[in-house]
Design a binder for this molecule. Structure first.
Ligand code: UDP
Length: 236
């Protein structure tokens, strides 16, 4: 776990967006993993996850406030949380301005349909070259299609760890593209689910809001976060 903390992106959200902008405009390939305590815990029991998280091809961004706090406890100077959904929104915005191409993979078909409507309405400069819902059997086949289309931005909303593993498996078939596993972001951007009110985000309680809205998350949250806190205490 220590290696992951060392690798974590530590600068401000703004400076991260500057890197995004540059890489997008220079057609550089980039693989972003938005890390929360669950990601760190997974790296301990899942070799494939550990490998991809430590690979120099991936950039690890502190998505969960738990990760930011733990990193600080371990004396890493991490500026702030950078939420996956904000990265997704930023990429739509940057791609729109620079007239880039995008592929959307993941979530239910009705969510994808609403995403198309959002793109049509708000991001007319951004060209959607293809999309697939996340419930298709053969997900590798979707990636083979994506590699033919060679888009500038590829958002994969399948949930951790499937989205990260799939991106990592196919990354070498691409010579450009900003790849991000964005979890439930399509559900929110499309308007099918609500993001936490600003006050929750500001107080770093977005996780609490998600649990209140979806109580079935509590087991997943409890398992990962309690384990994470114990591990950090031990490391400290
Ligand atoms: N999902 C999918 N295919 C699947 C399982 C999940 O496309 O086989 C989608 C699901 O519809 C949701 C996203 O993956 O849009 C995962 O969302 P979740 O909120 O669990 O992710 P988190 O943000 O918590 O990582």
């Amino acid at each position: 776990m220590k290696q992951l903390f060392a690798k974590l992106y530590k600068n401000s959200e703004e400076s991260f967006y500057e890197i995004l902008r540059q890489n997008l405009n220079e057609n550089k390939k980039m693989f972003i993993v938005t890390a929360n305590p669950e990601t760190f815990i997974m790296s301990e029991k899942d070799e494939e996850m550990k490998k991809l998280l430590l690979d120099k091809e991936s950039i690890l961004v502190p998505d969960g406030i738990g990760v930011v706090k733990a990193a600080r406890l371990l004396n890493y100077d991490v500026k702030e949380r950078i939420a996956g959904i904000d990265i997704a929104n930023k990429l739509l915005e940057l791609g729109n301005v620079s007239k880039k191409t995008i592929y959307l993979f993941g979530a239910k078909q009705e969510v994808i349909d609403s995403m198309k409507a959002v793109l049509n309405e708000k991001y007319q400069g951004l060209k959607l070259v293809g999309s697939s819902n996340g419930y298709v059997q053969d997900k590798d086949k979707v990636f083979r299609e994506i590699s033919k289309l060679n888009p500038d931005i590829i958002l994969v909303a399948l949930g951790i760890p499937i989205q990260e593993k799939l991106i990592y498996k196919h990354l070498n078939e691409f010579n450009k593209g900003i790849f991000v596993g964005v979890g439930g972001s399509f559900d929110v951007i499309s308007g099918h689910k609500k993001r936490a009110p600003k006050i929750f985000v500001k107080l770093n309680l977005e996780w609490l809001y998600r649990i209140i809205c979806e109580p079935k998350r509590i087991k997943r949250f409890y398992n990962n976060n309690v384990k994470f806190i114990f591990k950090i205490k031990k490391m400290k």
